[in-house]
Design a protein around this ligand. Sequence first.
Ligand SMILES: Cc1cc2nc3c(=O)[nH]c(=O)nc-3n(C[C@H](O)[C@H](O)[C@H](O)COP(=O)(O)OP(=O)(O)OC[C@H]3O[C@@H](n4cnc5c(N)ncnc54)[C@H](O)[C@@H]3O)c2cc1C
Length: 399
Amino acid sequence: MDFQVSEEMRVRLDMISEFMTREVIPLEGELLHGTPETLAAGVAAAQAKVKQMGLWAPNHPVEFGGLGLSMVDHGLFAEAVGRSPLGMTVFGTQAPDAGNIEILHKYGTPEQKDQWLRPLVAGEIRSCFSMTEPETAGSNPTLLATTATADGDHYVLNGQKWFTSSADGAAFAITMAVTDPGAPPHRRASMIIVPTDTPGFDLVRNVSVMGHSGSGHASHGEVIYHGCRVPRSNLLGDEGGGFVIAQDRLGPGRIHHCMRWLGIAGRAFEMMCRRANERVIDGDGSRLADRQVIQHWAAELDAEIRGARLQVLHCADLIDTEGAKAARDEISAIKFVVANTMLKAVDTAIQVHGALGVTDDTVLAYWYRHERAARIYDGADEVHKTSLGRRVLRRYAMP
Ligand SMILES: Cc1cc2nc3c(=O)[nH]c(=O)nc-3n(C[C@H](O)[C@H](O)[C@H](O)COP(=O)(O)OP(=O)(O)OC[C@H]3O[C@@H](n4cnc5c(N)ncnc54)[C@H](O)[C@@H]3O)c2cc1C
């Protein structure tokens, strides 16, 4: 394990951190209190500066203007920009586009790359990923019910999806649908590129989540596909290859998510410690930080965040040196460890802020609402624990 950061990467990380503090964190006021228009204007201005600095979408492949970062560097970048809910968007690496870019790069035909990948990397269009259905368990995608039936040179899609995040305003969806119901479970489904202006692609609503329906990128769409007809050339990868592509999309994506969550945990922790040092709670001038209970919270969180961070960097290093398959156990472990560490950091920071913590005068309540889902998407805690637990126990099986 070698977590040495190259001098070049260190310089980039310093630039990113400085930009986050100077330009991105102050924009949070627009996110929490502004209008979608004022926020969009602020984000666009910051994006233009990031492009000028040569730091746009650094995790993307070199041939598409990225820096071709290693998994460890990719993680450190996600941690730095994760300190604000706006960081990923300002740096051009927001979900679900980042994952779609990875699979289009790996599986797209030259025509698909020209039409969809190039403008996506450049930030000219947005995309969405349409797999989960309200009526089937997302934790087991072999149960998917949406179909894509071949009809001459076209596929005709029928079905209902939800949590197609960012469908509102997206140019296209990458949709997972059953192309061969008679095939073995993991060969039944395929990924298909569906332009959102195709007749029969109906975004019926932005699902309200924690009190907000959201709009644009910050939304979770319910989409009905009825008789939605797309050319067969829109198939991504091979027919029946949907599960392999979905796995490919999730592997590196977990490093990305986990390090972004550590960015959140780190900032929430700093806010908590600052507040504890400032807040006078007694006539003798003593402060929250003088109370043992707060000291214990600080100690526990500090240790947990450090431990989680080392686990993710170790996992990233293993992917870099031995590949994602060798890091299977580590990938499962970081997903539930880091999601829970981040949520504990946000919750504890809110507690230390008292009533202020639940207002929208700080970013903490925003994270509390929006990041609870971390324990559900990309594999719920229980699913990862079951698969890791099985493998761990097998190591000690009776001969
Ligand atoms: C904010 C957010 C954004 C999302 N974005 C997208 C997106 O862009 N595109 C997309 O396609 N999907 C997206 N999803 C959907 C997400 O991938 C699914 O919610 C997830 O796969 C779980 O599926 P489900 O909701 O159907 O829950 P279920 O599969 O019904 O599971 C419910 C619960 O049951 C438990 N459980 C499930 N399986 C097991 C098991 N084997 N053993 C023990 N317990 C189990 C877990 O506690 C789980 O949380 C998003 C979800 C959220 C919340």
